[in-house]
Design a protein around this ligand. Structure first.
Ligand SMILES: Cc1cc2nc3c(=O)[nH]c(=O)nc-3n(C[C@H](O)[C@H](O)[C@H](O)COP(=O)(O)OP(=O)(O)OC[C@H]3O[C@@H](n4cnc5c(N)ncnc54)[C@H](O)[C@@H]3O)c2cc1C
Ligand code: SF4
Length: 327
């Protein structure tokens, strides 16, 4: 049963931030994720602050310099279908089109997609695990087939659920965040929190802050981006393994490459090993095989998710091969 709570729908950012200072207040965009959390009592909520009537949080606009501004309330579908996103940030369009189901893409917002709560079934269930303030991670000796192979830090092994976050990190996007202290830009690479830093937080934003927009800088000439996702069910599902690429080519060689994995770790996981293996190189089959191997070096699978190691290697190999063929 959903607990009782106050509900407000301010029309200005300032009023929303004031409401968020009340104890137990949370942001509500459309609620595709939040309502599930309320039903499952994942965290205590006293007040729901809807941001859906704040007009300045909407829209997608291209800057004169080739940058892109995506309002926090932009729907996942509007991103997947936006002509500029499709033409110039194709990895983001691909990632958005792979989020959940058509109904959820119609409703869910980019702000909510980045700030959604973990999908670990213990967290969503009736288990007072470490992330909820308890003393145990039930996944360690439990059903951990969908959990992390990197970054668990011996504490919490969620995988970050957003498909858009890895590709946004690959293209160096930042979140603009507004709160009682003003506005700040947080590079998405620094937006998510590892359990070893704080096991009860997913992002660096304060509960009184609101993500107002995502800003993507202009892409350097020769840059291509992509997103590839493998899931258990074809229709809709979170990533078992995925890879976002943003590669800047100089002729046949990769001048700069950013490689971010989904379904791998509690945060979108930048693969420094893969990036190093392709930097300055032509993507030959030998280079690609070495880069895919480097991606899984140091992985620490749990009892039931060792299958992710060959899965990641295969996905990365296929995606780099596809990218090389398109140069
Ligand atoms: C069945 C199902 C399948 C899904 N599959 C996928 C998938 O395959 N890939 C994927 O990426 N996602 C998936 N999702 C997640 C989905 O994309 C999110 O539910 C959706 O994007 C959230 O958007 P919303 O506007 O409804 O957010 P809400 O549900 O309103 O909010 C979600 C969370 O974000 C916070 N929040 C929302 N907006 C802001 C903001 N602007 N500033 C600060 N905090 C904010 C809220 O407080 C809340 O904690 C799935 C969800 C469901 C229910
Ligand atoms: S993986 Fe994290 S969220 Fe899941 S049971 Fe362990 S501590 Fe809780």
């Amino acid at each position: 049963m959903i607990p009782s709570f106050d509900y407000v729908q301010p029309t200005s950012l300032k009023a929303a931030i004031t409401h968020l200072s009340d104890p137990g207040a949370v942001v509500h965009a459309v609620g595709t994720d939040l309502l599930g959390c309320l039903r499952e009592h994942s965290f205590p909520v006293k007040k729901v602050v809807s941001i859906s009537a704040i007009r300045e949080l909407s829209g997608i606009a291209e800057g004169a310099d080739g940058s892109l501004r995506i309002g926090a309330l932009a729907t996942i579908r509007s991103i997947a279908e936006h002509p500029v996103v499709r033409n110039r940030f194709s990895g983001l369009a691909q990632a958005a089109s792979e989020v959940a189901s058509p109904q959820l893409r119609n409703q869910g917002t980019i702000g909510g997609n980045l700030c959604q709560k973990p999908r670990c079934w213990y967290y969503r269930g009736d288990f007072n695990c470490l992330r909820k303030g308890g003393g145990t991670c039930f996944a360690v000796d439990g059903e951990n087939q969908y959990h992390a192979i990197f970054g668990g830090g011996g504490t919490c092994f969620i995988v970050h659920p957003s498909d858009t976050a890895p590709v946004l990190i690959a293209v160096k996007a930042a979140a603009r965040v507004a709160g009682p202290g003003g506005t700040r830009d947080v590079p998405l690479e620094k937006f998510f929190v590892l359990p070893e830093v704080d096991v009860q937080r997913e992002t660096v934003i304060d509960p009184r802050e609101i993500v107002t927009e995502i800003r993507i800088p202009p892409l350097a000439a020769g840059t291509r981006s992509s997103y590839r996702k493998v899931r258990a069910r074809g229709s809709w599902d979170f990533a078992l393994a995925g890879v976002a690429l943003a590669l800047r080519f100089d002729g046949w060689r990769v001048a700069e490459g950013r490689v971010v994995l989904s379904g791998a770790a509690p945060v979108p996981w930048r693969s420094a090993g893969t990036e190093q293996a392709i930097r300055g190189r032509e993507l030959t089959s030998e280079v690609i095989a070495a880069a895919a191997k480097a991606a899984v070096a140091g992985a620490e699978p749990l009892e039931k998710n060792g299958y992710k190691i060959p899965l990641f290697q295969g996905v990365i190999e296929e995606e780099l091969t596809r990218m090389a063929a398109a140069v």
